[in-house]
Design a protein around this ligand. Structure first.
Ligand SMILES: [Fe+2]
Ligand SMILES: [Fe+2]
Length: 371
């Protein structure tokens, strides 16, 4: 690294977590070898559906951080016997802080998505995919802007979870556009689409609902890009290349699942190894050991797997069927998933309903939700 850059980074107090060198493919190739009308259509709609957050959102809507931002009755925590024994004030503080911690993960995920989208624009060897990736970079810039602005309003910020950071870094360091698209457009954005959907349905804050509605319209397009572009490419690949990508897909998903299992959160953002989440518990004066024992008890009672209507399980209903659909679960990796205890779900019903196939708003009307 040139000395000037190194000292510049040090001046800003950066660590190896903040800045690192990475080799990646740069493709100076604007060919139409992979001319695909579906991709052209996606790019056209990405252009048409750009929006300006200053015009689209009413930022003057009052946000009262002392009031719950989510419907507590829909919260999985409210159904836990351990949680019900806490004082009313502890319960309210927990809902406020844990929602803020989740919103900070939305922001950090968007920051990572901005970096990966820009990387795809650099490295994908195809005209339309480059142009599309550039629209996604702009979308992600807007998402960083709106979540940062909302977090400023509630004035409660949390650091990135180490597991989210790890999966984004593994993706960025992979150096190949196919892997960056798998790690971001299929894994992280699958997670995000599920989390945004659940927040959209659960929040009681009109501004947060509006923000999430508009962000989800873009995200549905991003998930669609992974499918539209990678699907035909993977079909044409030789077995070795396909296995290499399938292995990467398995490792990225396994990383998330292993962190979730080890962390004892049973599908929630709670994690005993996430310093940010431990800060949430501290703010509510809840003992971490008691909390995670309460989570285990709730899981044994089947409480953690009961979802409110319209909520989705991101890994099972979005990520796994998306991987299967593009041919990224091979006979070999199906065994790896089985050994890791991760079910390979092939049911694409929820994915199809949420993905942006034709309309940018097909899933966001709560009344007409079919899942
Ligand atoms: Fe985004
Ligand atoms: Fe995105």
């Amino acid at each position: 690294m040139p000395a000037a850059i190194e000292s510049g980074a040090m001046d800003l107090g950066m660590t190896a977590d903040d800045i690192y060198e990475n080799t990646m493919q740069i493709a100076w190739k604007f060919s139409d070898d992979i001319a695909d009308p579906k991709l052209e259509d996606l790019y056209r709609r990405a252009k048409q559906n750009q929006w300006d957050s200053d015009e689209q959102l009413d930022w003057d809507q009052p946000v009262d951080p002392s009031r719950p931002m989510v419907n507590e009755e829909q919260s999985v925590y409210s159904r836990m016997p351990f949680f019900q024994k806490l004082s009313k004030s502890q319960q309210e503080t927990f809902h406020a802080q844990s929602t803020a911690q989740l919103l900070s993960q939305f922001l950090h995920g968007e920051q990572g998505a901005l970096l990966t989208a820009a990387s795809v624009a650099h490295s994908v060897p195809d005209r339309c995919a480059k142009l599309y990736a550039a629209t996604q970079a702009m979308d992600e810039a807007r998402h960083v802007e709106v979540y940062a602005k909302y977090i400023d309003k509630i004035a409660i910020a949390y650091p990135i979870s180490p597991f989210l950071k790890e999966v984004i870094d593994v993706t960025l360091r992979s150096g190949r556009f196919e892997k960056i698209m798998i790690g971001m457009n299929m894994v992280v954005e699958g997670l995000a689409l599920g989390a945004f959907n659940n927040m959209y349905r659960q929040t009681t804050c009109p501004l947060l609902k509006d923000i999430t509605f508009n962000v989800m319209r873009d995200e549905a397009r991003h998930v669609s890009f992974g499918h539209t572009y990678l699907g035909p490419l993977i079909q044409k690949m030789n077995d070795d290349d396909r296995e290499d990508l399938a292995q990467f897909a398995f490792e990225a998903i396994n990383l998330i699942i292993a962190a979730e299992r080890k962390g004892g959160g049973y599908g929630t953002a709670a994690n005993r190894f996430d310093p940010g989440f431990l800060r949430v518990l501290e703010a509510c004066q809840i003992d971490a050991e008691d909390f995670f024992a309460g989570m285990s008890e709730a899981a044994e009672l089947g409480i953690t797997t009961e979802l409110p209507p319209g909520h989705v399980l991101a890994v099972k209903q979005l990520m796994m069927p998306a991987m299967v659909r593009v041919g990224l679960v091979t006979e070999r990796t199906a065994k790896l998933f089985e050994e890791a205890g991760i079910r390979v779900n092939t049911d694409t019903a929820v994915l199809n309903a949420m993905e942006d196939a034709k309309s940018d708003q097909n899933v966001l009307h709560e009344e007409s939700t079919t899942y």
